[in-house]
Design a protein around this ligand. Structure first.
Ligand SMILES: [Zn+2]
Length: 87
């Protein structure tokens, strides 16, 4: 599985996305936060819907959801990061 490829510049306004080398390293923290948030929400939904399910299955389901949303988080975290530090 390959990571999504990002354009160098915006097609409409020619905004340069990669401001400097390593600019998007900070987006890792956003991605981490998103994954944790999704994990907590998934666990709460599973726990409240199926209270009798064993913890190992709940944990495996949380890991599955985090893996499924990984690619989305990769892109979304960069979008959020570029809006936090747009200059
Ligand atoms: Zn643009």
């Amino acid at each position: 599985m390959q990571l999504p490829i990002m354009n160098d510049r915006c097609e409409k306004c020619n905004y340069k996305y990669d401001r400097e080398p390593g600019y998007f390293i900070g987006a890792m923290y956003i991605s981490y936060g998103l994954a944790i948030l999704q994990g907590i929400i998934t666990f709460l939904i599973i726990h409240l819907t199926f209270p009798a399910l064993s913890t190992i299955w709940k944990t495996l389901f949380v890991i599955l959801v985090i893996c499924v949303f990984g690619r989305k988080n990769y892109k979304l975290s960069r979008v959020i990061y570029i809006h936090i530090f747009p200059w």
